[in-house]
Design a protein around this ligand. Structure first.
Ligand code: AMP
Ligand code: MG
Length: 306
């Protein structure tokens, strides 16, 4: 089997593959499989969930995943494939796992230019969530050997596409609101973007621009109170279980599988956040180990409330 076909088969089966892109090497998983996406967070060892960029194989993949507008069409025509990521409003029935966007109503999308990345996307026929292929807190890898040194034992395949041409991350441009806003500066400049769609604000210097998603505490809080480490539900409360919980309204993972719990987390909190039915959400204890750290971080933010 060719390396491309092998990579595509592993991805479709829910595995993790490091892929070359023109910016940095990405740690890819099928964005439609929550457990595969949860493995990305586990392997990177990040103690919290941050939204991931979803890589697409063509302009025509976008309409199923997110709402597009004229600004997107004009910019994608010029800069795709390439190092420009768009943050768009996700479709209600987007097949992408909610874990990918860490529960946000938006989705970050990019079409990479590296020929191997394109071949793998075409062969897999799945949108691929892929942050940089390094452990949390270490520098982004621009060669396959960097990935092997950092993650070699923990992932299923590394596709060597040589050194990355650009070597810095993509520009992240938020188009969810009326003002186009740069959330992260990168290889495509604000001037290049402004030449096509007019003035662009910068989230770093401009208070009118959206902040980085990690700072949007309100996005992480349900509208009803949430209690962590609750041994049982009080009258009126929904019960979000973990492990054996006969009284659970919903269960993050009846078998106590932390990857499954991570994959279910955002969707289940959203489903239980229903003031007409519940006065609050009582969440069973989730172990503080591995990806359980990120789950507890998210629950802590949700419990803090608005
Ligand atoms: P990396 O994982 O290194 O590729 O970085 C992903 C970047 O995209 C981070 O700066 C994220 O904050 C940003 N990002 C991804 N998804 C979203 C989203 N839905 N909304 C806003 N920013 C996003
Ligand atoms: Mg990174």
């Amino acid at each position: 089997m060719s390396i491309v076909a092998n990579a595509a088969a592993i991805l479709r089966a829910g595995g993790l593959v490091a892929i070359p892109t023109e910016t940095v090497y990405g740690l890819a998983a099928d964005a439609t499989q929550g457990k595969a996406v949860a493995r990305i967070f586990e392997v990177k060892g990040r103690p919290s969930f941050n939204p991931l960029i979803v890589h697409v194989g063509g302009h025509d993949w976008v309409a199923d995943l997110a709402h597009v507008d004229d600004r997107f069409a004009r910019l994608a025509k010029v800069f795709w494939p390439g190092p420009l990521t768009f943050v768009l409003n996700r479709r209600d029935r987007s097949p992408v796992s909610e874990l990918v966007s860490a529960g946000l109503p938006s989705l970050a999308l990019r079409m990479p230019a590296h020929p191997l990345a394109q071949d793998i996307l075409s062969a897999a026929q799945r949108p691929l969530a892929a942050p940089s292929a390094n452990r949390s807190g270490t520098v982004s890898p621009t060669r396959a050997a960097h990935v092997a040194a950092s993650l070699g034992d923990a992932i299923d395949l590394i596709v060597d596409g040589g050194p990355c041409r650009v070597g810095i991350e993509s520009t992240v441009l938020d188009l969810t609101g009326p003002a186009a806003a740069i959330l992260r500066p990168g290889a495509v400049t604000a001037e290049e973007i402004a030449a096509i769609v007019g003035p662009v604000v910068s989230a770093e210097s401009d208070s009118a621009a959206p902040k980085s998603p990690g700072q949007l505490a309100a996005h992480y809080a349900p509208s009803i109170p949430l209690r962590m480490n609750a041994s049982d539900a009080r009258p009126g409360e929904a019960r979000l279980g973990f492990g054996a919980s006969p009284d659970a309204t919903l269960n993050l993972s009846a078998s106590g599988d932390l990857l499954e719990a991570a994959a279910n987390l955002f969707g289940m909190i959203r489903a239980l956040d229903d003031p007409a039915r519940f006065a609050g959400i009582a969440v069973a204890p989730v172990p503080l180990a591995g990806i359980g750290l990120a789950i507890n971080d998210r629950l802590t933010r949700a419990a803090r409330g608005r």
